[in-house]
Ligand binder design. Sequence first.
Ligand SMILES: NC(=O)c1ccc[n+]([C@@H]2O[C@H](COP(=O)([O-])OP(=O)(O)OC[C@H]3O[C@@H](n4cnc5c(N)ncnc54)[C@H](O)[C@@H]3O)[C@@H](O)[C@H]2O)c1
Length: 326
Amino acid sequence: MKITILGSGGWGLALACTSQRLGHEVTVWSAFSDEIDAIKRTGELHAKLPGVMIPKEVRLTTDISCVKDEDIVLIGIPSQFVRSVCEQAKPFMSDKSILLSTAKGLENGTLMRMSEIISEIFPKNRIVVMSGPSHAEELGRGIPTAVAVASYDKEAAELIQKAFSDNVLRLYVNKDVVGCEIGGAVKNVIALCCGIIDGLGLGDNTKAALITRGLSEITRLGCAMGGSEKTFSGLAGLGDLVVTCTSMHSRNYRCGILIGQGVDPEEAVRRTGTVEGYGCAPVTRKLAHKLGVEMPITEELNEILFENQPVRQGIIDLMSRPTGEE
Ligand SMILES: NC(=O)c1ccc[n+]([C@@H]2O[C@H](COP(=O)([O-])OP(=O)(O)OC[C@H]3O[C@@H](n4cnc5c(N)ncnc54)[C@H](O)[C@@H]3O)[C@@H](O)[C@H]2O)c1
């Protein structure tokens, strides 16, 4: 198949290696010529995916018309730039291309999920969402990984499953687009909190409680939006939450550690790079208010990030809430 990957970040490149290994004709597009030049010069993009050599057969370009007549166009851009990149690609996109969204986030202002943005811009294309526990650093090194792919078009999800599966990457089809996207977006909010717990030097009890109660609030929100409860105990729910809340590969978790150690949140984000939970936290809070869903961890995180709440006070507030049933 002909596959174009938009974005030469860690995830786009890891999936470019996978796609090439599976025998597809692969093009990677970046908006930044320095990224493309670095790969051409050194064979890798050290800043994003160090130590993973990008196969020479992968075509590299900064020309967005590369999306023309592709079987699959994979969107591997951080969520806050998905709309602008899709708008750039629009004049060249064929209605027949399947659009594979891998970005994890919610749009500020509109509160939209990534697949909603993509279908607004490309109403005639079939859209598939990929989400699950997957660090680019590991998939890029051929470490066994499993993710979910969800679509309103079962045939499109199955086609993606077939196109990307091998003995390194295993894909499971899931019908629940909303649940998969909410799991992928909101786990970054909880991962920031887990980092804060570790930055403060608290214990495993606290972290396990936070992951478990974090999953409860993700599930409540996702179900209120029409997602299926079952999704949240699967790869796009519990799976992605665990991998993000416990790994130094996660930028959200690492950023939380800095905040827990006393670094100002804005400065912590600046030092870390792409921290999608920082943008997603206020959007998640707005969605929760709109839908009347209780999300106490998300509330506290917003106060810490944007309202100068001291981190220790955040923990005290959470522990002092009225007790109840699980
Ligand atoms: N890194 C992972 O392990 C991983 C795994 C699964 C899903 N994802 C998701 O994939 C998406 C990309 O993540 P990443 O880790 O590759 O990010 P990244 O920060 O490593 O790279 C993002 C790439 O997107 C492009 N980009 C950045 N800003 C842009 C802009 N303003 N306009 C156009 N292009 C721009 C650049 O090519 C950049 O290298 C995110 O939404 C993330 O949640 C990442």
